[in-house]
Write a protein that binds this ligand. Structure first.
Ligand code: FE2
Length: 278
């Protein structure tokens, strides 16, 4: 084995059996793109990669994200998005309150985003971990009988239902606004082109098509409960300068509560989706 291969072996430290790997590569090596394919594959296997105190500038974060996939700018064209519940940092903070509950990004789109990178720019005074669960591993661990019951089920996702998590008694106007944010019918089990399968759940999952409403609620919430058991979850406690990347196609994530006015700030970049939900 050559020196680079040996160095790379030592550079990857699994956090738990089923999710998360810490990557101890130098920043220059990450930016060079030399490890792009290795990290893409590792990300798909492990769900989450952590780069402790790597201290990416925005420009470096963009360069690094481009080594993983096709860079996807924000809707307004900016390259980096401010994730913060602090209105000084993010004028749309109400929308972000939904991120305190388990979700997949981009369930309203035919192709959800591929990977996303978060960099810590300011810490919270309390709370504020970001948590991830591996929805490939959660699917794999289901009993075979349940796997066959889930095969073929379709779930209607809506932005409206995701906003009810933080605002359970909305006005008519709020409901109309959320309704306008979209709805999509997705498979409950995502058959990936790799042959692997993952669960598509989270706060946008509204109801299972054709199922009794009560049964549907019980099924969606019990599967979310299953998928977020400790063996499938990695909870990242932020240090300043950490970067964390997740595979949005095989995980769910959420932020843990924190003081919304404390200035906690993460910068996010993302890659375009490469695979449609169905
Ligand atoms: Fe998110």
């Amino acid at each position: 084995m050559n020196t680079v291969a040996v160095e790379a072996l030592n550079a990857f430290e699994n956090i738990s059996d089923l999710i998360g790997t810490r990557v101890h590569l130098k920043k220059d090596d990450l930016l060079s793109g030399e490890y792009g394919d290795t990290l893409r594959n590792l990300l798909e296997q492990r769900g989450v990669l952590v780069f402790p105190k790597i201290n990416f500038s925005d420009e470096e974060q963009v360069i690094f994200t481009k080594t993983i996939g096709e860079f996807m700018p924000e809707l307004a064209g900016q390259k980096v998005y401010n994730i913060s519940l602090d209105k000084e940092q993010n004028p749309n903070r109400d929308y972000l309150k939904g991120s305190l509950f388990w979700h997949v990004d981009g369930t309203m789109n035919r192709k959800p985003i591929g990977a996303a990178v978060l960099s810590s720019k300011a810490l919270s005074t309390w709370g504020g971990n970001t948590e991830f669960c591996n929805t490939y591993a959660a699917y794999d661990a289901l009993p075979d009988e349940q796997k066959s019951e889930l095969e073929g089920l379709r779930v209607v996702h809506s932005m409206l239902v995701s906003q009810l998590y933080h605002t359970p008694e909305p006005s008519r106007e709020q409901l109309e606004n959320w309704k306008a944010m979209g709805e999509a019918e997705l498979p409950l089990v995502w058959n990936h082109r790799s042959g692997r399968k993952s669960l598509i759940l989270g706060n946008t999952a509204h109801y299972v098509e054709g199922m009794d409403p009560m049964e549907s609620t019980v099924l969606l919430h019990s599967l979310r409960d299953w998928a977020t058991q400790p063996q499938f979850v990695y909870s990242h406690e932020w240090s300043l300068g950490d970067a964390v990347m997740w595979d949005n196609t095989g995980t769910m994530h959420r932020a843990m509560p924190y003081d919304p006015d404390c200035g906690r700030l993460l910068h996010r970049t993302k890659t375009a989706g490469e695979e449609a939900f169905a």
